[in-house]
Design a protein around this ligand. Structure first.
Ligand SMILES: Cc1cc2nc3c(=O)[nH]c(=O)nc-3n(C[C@H](O)[C@H](O)[C@H](O)COP(=O)(O)OP(=O)(O)OC[C@H]3O[C@@H](n4cnc5c(N)ncnc54)[C@H](O)[C@@H]3O)c2cc1C
Length: 588
């Protein structure tokens, strides 16, 4: 055990209690099971082919459905979206995106691929990227046994989580809307057993102004600021299709209408001001806080179409234990028996995708083994961000390349605070503002702190400890470079610690001695900016159009809308197109 100092307190670093991080095993544990089951990957495969895995998982499903989360761990330790327990004190380093692992290879892919491939395979479908978009695609196409290639050591993309004292908490993508009744998404959620985990997020959350928690901030704002009523009316108009307004549908198979394009030609602020006149500074500040939280950009930068698409859909929100990582895990769990263990691959960086000889050649590289694999596929789904597509898609069309270059991505930081006491989940999210924020127009560059506290244990009841997340958008250009700089971790850690000491502890009435650890996650290219003109100028349409009838695109940046719903609905939309290519049965 190593003694270390965090936040002025001495702690001990422990090895992973399960001691499973170093071993190639899958651990499935439950205190309600007779014994701990330790299964090698080979055993899992055997069970899967014998149908045993379904039985095993359904036993766990049964436990979860009884609400027995506390004490149950489903730990697909090598590849799942949740990192197992790292003990009370984790290493002082960024979790999340690991730039150093990918950049040397992706930037020099031609050099790496000078060597001949070590392995050659043939598959019907290859999916590049194992974030929610890639996993939804793989789930939808599971009968075709697609190969999923994810560059990171774990699946989940931005929807990953960690575990502490059996509590799962989220490191990024946290909550989602309730799928519409009768929708394909609702059916998928039922099929993968997600509904039993639903915990609903309240409509009106408290706001901390100068550390004073105001529980009724949103219920009283309409009285203080009548313009809020006008905005509420507008939202209702869009949602009910009243007064000539229609909710701006964007993702999936929906056609971008001229009304949506019109909204997309202006910023959210321009739209609101055209409707309700100059916006009161406090209301504008709140609108900007909403925009930077959701889009990593202010109301002067976000398209009105994109902002209304999000803002009008706010309502019944679902929080899963551990956030949207649980969705990723359920998708993996439920496709795994059909797709097969060997087809779900992490640590494989795709360096080149090329349509040739009546098929698609996909080259991937594993930095750990230094091996190159060439897969010949009938169809490929690129579920990686478009700046990656620009790098790896050989013979990319000039207009697609130019369209991709119009996209801008911004970084995000998340801190998870481990607290040694139960904090009642009477809130999910608390916005932290200063009274000065409510008087001055926000500029992204000046926002250099976390804006929200989230009760990360919200989806898990009955614990005597709590995880609190802090979300820190970086709504300005150059944020990613700040993360690359040497000393970045200590710099941001110290800024988080100051904010925790000065704001979070007083707001949540936590004593410093109750803090156990602080864990920082960086998301380098996390959010594509929903800038005006991407829809109206057909930029997104060019970016997501199939390439040479064999390569399809599924990711949140298909529509520059950073939400799980975008990734999922794109996966659902493109599924039949992929099937059509495969059913052509043209030899490759
Ligand atoms: C801090 C934060 C909070 C968020 N909160 C929410 C929220 O509450 N609700 C919500 O709906 N959305 C939220 N989002 C948006 C979130 O990004 C989406 O929910 C969703 O996770 C996006 O999934 P995706 O598959 O489209 O993209 P990604 O998660 O980015 O997945 C792309 C995958 O491609 C992989 N990849 C990239 N290059 C390669 C390569 N060359 N070879 C192989 N693999 C590659 C990446 O490693 C990654 O796993 C949040 C995002 C962030 C950063």
């Amino acid at each position: 055990m190593e003694k270390i100092n965090i936040f002025g307190l001495n702690r001990e670093r422990q090895n992973c209690k399960q001691n499973c991080c170093k071993k190639n095993i899958i651990v499935i544990r439950s205190k309600h099971m007779d014994s701990q089951l330790r299964l090698s990957r080979r055993h899992i495969l055997q069970l899967a082919t014998a149908g045993g895995l379904t039985v095993l998982f359904s036993r766990l499903d049964g436990l979860y459905s009884k609400g027995l989360w506390e004490g149950d761990i489903l730990d697909i330790s090598k590849v799942g979206p949740f990192t197992p327990d790292m003990g009370d004190v984790a290493k002082r380093e960024f979790f999340g995106d690991d730039f150093k692992r990918v950049h040397p290879y992706i930037w020099k892919s031609e050099d790496v691929l000078k060597k001949p491939p070590h392995l050659k395979e043939k598959h019907k479908v290859v999916i590049v990227g194992g974030g929610l978009g890639g996993l939804f695609s793989a789930y939808q196409l599971r009968d075709l046994k697609p190969v999923v290639l994810e560059q990171a050591p774990q699946f989940g993309g931005n929807a990953k989580g960690q575990t502490w004292r059996k509590t799962r908490y989220c490191m990024g993508s946290a909550y989602m809307t309730v799928p519409a009744e009768g929708s394909v998404m609702e059916k998928i959620f039922k099929d993968i057993g997600l509904e039993k985990f639903y915990k609903f997020k309240k409509g009106h959350e408290p706001v901390a102004v100068d550390n004073n928690l105001i529980a009724d901030y949103w219920t009283t704002i309409n009285k203080r600021l009548p313009q809020m009523n006008e905005i509420d009316e507008l939202v209702e108009d869009f949602n009910l299709g009243r007064n000539g307004r229609i909710y701006p549908e964007i993702s999936g198979g929906t056609k971008i209408t001229s009304a949506v394009k019109k909204l997309d030609r202006m910023t959210f602020r321009q739209f609101l001001e055209s409707e309700i006149g100059e916006i009161h500074s406090e209301l504008l500040a709140q609108i900007d806080f909403y925009c930077v939280g959701a889009f990593n950009a202010t109301s002067d930068e976000v398209s009105a179409a994109a902002a209304l698409n999000f803002y009008c859909a706010e309502g019944a929100m679902v929080v899963l234990p551990g956030g949207n990582g649980l969705l990723a895990e359920q998708l993996i769990k439920h496709m795994h028996p059909t797709v097969g263990d060997k087809n779900l691959r992490t640590g494989e960086i795709v360096l080149r995708v090329e349509v040739k000889d009546g098929g698609v050649a996909v080259h991937s590289f594993c930095p750990e083994t230094q091996k190159i694999t060439l897969i010949e596929a009938e169809a490929v789904v690129l579920a990686c961000p478009k700046f990656v597509v620009g790098n790896i898609l050989k013979n990319i069309e000039q207009d697609r390349f130019d369209a991709i270059n119009q996209y801008k991505y911004r970084s995000y930081l998340v801190a998870n605070i481990l607290v040694n006491k139960r904090i009642d989940p009477t809130f999910y999210e608390i916005l932290m503002v200063k009274s000065a924020d409510l008087k001055t127009k926000m500029t992204g560059k000046n926002l250099r702190r976390a804006t929200d506290i989230v009760h990360a244990s919200f989806g898990m009841v009955g614990t005597d400890h709590t995880v609190i997340s802090m979300y820190r958008p970086m709504p300005y250009e150059g944020g990613r470079q700040e993360l690359y700089e040497s000393g970045a971790y200590e710099k941001f850690r110290s800024e988080f610690e100051n904010q925790i000491r000065n704001d979070v502890l007083p707001i949540l009435k936590i004593n410093p001695h109750e803090l156990v650890d602080i864990r920082l996650t960086q998301w380098g290219h996390a959010i594509p900016i929903a800038q005006p003109g991407l829809l109206a100028g057909n930029v997104c349409q060019k970016v997501r159009a199939p390439h040479k009838d064999r390569v399809f695109f599924v990711e949140q940046d298909n529509w520059a809308l950073p939400a799980m719903e975008t990734s999922a609905s794109e996966a659902i939309y493109w599924e039949p197109f992929v099937r059509k290519v495969v059913s052509r049965k043209k030899s490759i």
